[in-house]
Design a protein around this ligand. Structure first.
Ligand SMILES: N[C@@H](CCC(=O)N[C@@H](CS)C(=O)NCC(=O)O)C(=O)O
Length: 223
């Protein structure tokens, strides 16, 4: 039995991040699928916020995907997934924060907002964030495929799950990655070919179907 357990849900992009990190590290782990609509009793003893992902390792528990990923990078240092120099390491953390506080909320609002005006605003914002990534990150990372050039990092693995889910935005909201963002296309296509990514990739049909309920929520009943 592996001494790492990851509590995950197949549809969850945050859990996807941490599973990718475990695969990139080549460590053995047990995957525990949590039904988020019907969480097992006592789940908050493992994951205090009641969310996935959470991991247990040698009797300790860690939750929050960005924190889990840094923890994994520290306890399994090979291959390293954060740059070693302090400036690039700070930059990596800034980009992961950008994913969490800017890209992901805009992605969610495009998909989930029932109000067409809010959807349009979120769409503009999402395009703006993608352009920012194209120009400020990938456009400046040299010839290598990844955020930091030749070597994959936690930044790539923190963003990728939302890019795998783009077909759901395209299908439900008509949103697609603009073709002029050539560097971002190259990054996404390159990452999709990595062994870790291929091993746990889901089809576009899977996301289209699983995200349908967020895109077309049942009407709220007013008593
Ligand atoms: N900030 C958290 C977000 C995790 C999250 O929102 N997970 C969702 C599934 S994608 C969840 O567990 N939702 C269940 C709930 O909130 O009850 C992280 O980065 O790990």
């Amino acid at each position: 039995m592996a001494n790492i357990k990851i509590y995950s849900a197949i549809v969850c992009p945050y859990a996807h991040r941490s599973r990718l990190v475990l695969l990139e590290k080549g460590v053995e782990f047990d995957l525990i699928e949590i039904d988020l609509q019907n969480k097992p009793p006592g789940f908050t003893d493992i994951s205090p916020y009641g969310k996935v992902p959470a991991i247990t390792h040698d009797g300790n528990r860690v939750w929050e995907s960005a924190i889990i990923n840094e923890y994994l990078d520290e306890v399994f240092p090979n291959p390293p997934l954060l740059p070693s120099n302090p400036v690039d390491k700070a930059l990596a953390r800034i980009w992961i924060d950008f994913a969490n506080t800017r890209l992901v909320p805009a992605f969610s609002d495009v998909l989930r907002s029932p109000d067409p005006r809010k959807q349009a605003e979120a769409t503009d914002l999402l395009y703006k964030h993608l352009e920012f990534i194209e120009n400020e990150a990938l456009g400046k990372s040299g010839d290598g495929l990844y955020w930091f050039g030749e070597n994959i990092s936690l930044v790539d693995l923190s963003f990728y799950p939302w890019f795998e889910r783009l077909p759901a935005l395209e299908h439900h909201r008509g949103f697609s990655l603009p073709s002029k963002l050539t560097r971002l296309h190259k990054w996404k296509d390159g990452l999709s070919q990595r062994e870790s990514v291929k091993k746990i990739a889901n089809s576009k049909e899977f996301y289209i179907e699983r995200y349908a309920r967020f895109a077309t929520p049942a009407p709220v009943s007013v008593n």
